[in-house]
Ligand binder design. Sequence first.
Ligand code: SAM
Length: 207
Amino acid sequence: MLRLRPGDPVRLFNPASGEWLGILLRLDRRSAEVRLAEQLRAPIREPGPQLAIAPIRANRLDWLVEKAVELGVARIALVTTRRCVVRLERSERLRAIAIEAAEQCGRLSLPEFAIFGDLARFLAALPADGTLVVADEAGGEPIASVPPIPPDAALLVGPEGGFAPEERALLAARSGTRRVSLGPRILRSETAALFLLVAYALAQRPR
Ligand code: SAM
C-alpha cells in the first residue's frame, strides 16, 4: 500500500470547494493535516438520478456501485423487497468503493446512501408525484420510446426474484410511476440498473 509522508502532495475534493492540491503536514490512523496549495477545479453542480435497487450479492453490488458512480448517480437507495435473497447490513464498504470510483473518474461529489427496510417505506420517502422509473421484466413502455426523464427522477430495479404481487400493486397505485421494459431478455438486476442509468443519461440531452 502506498504510504504518504509529510511533504507529499495530495488532491482533495468535494462539491462545495472543488478540487485542491494540498501538501500533507501530518498523518496518523485517524486524521490528517493538509496545507491547501492551489485550487485545481472550481466547484460544479453534479446533478444525477437516485438509483434504488434491492440488495444483491456483495460482489455484484460492489461492481454496480463503482459503475453507477462513474455514470453519475446522485443517491443509491438499497431497498429490501419481499423476494430479496440477500440481507444488507451496512453501507460503509459501499461508501469506500464510491470514494475510489469518484477519485478515478474525476467526480467531485459522492452519492448518498440510504437503506430502506421495505418498498413501502422507500415509496413514502419519494416526493409525491415525483417520477419513478421502474424496470419491469413483465412489460412496460419500451425504454427507447420513453419521454424525457426529469433530472430528479428515481430509477428502481427489482431483486433477482422479481417484485412480489403486493409490491407491484403498491407501484401501480403510485402516481408518477412509469414501468419500462428493457427488452425481451431477463437481465440481472445490476445489468438492468446500468441500462436505466444510461437511458437516464441519454434522456438528459435535448432530443
Ligand atoms: N424474477 C424474475 C424472473 O425470474 O422472471 C427476474 C427478475 S430480474 C433477474 C431482476 C430485475 O431486473 C427485475 O425485477 C427488473 O427490475 C429488472 N429487469 C430484468 N430484466 C428486465 C427487462 N427485460 N426489462 C425491464 N426490467 C428488467
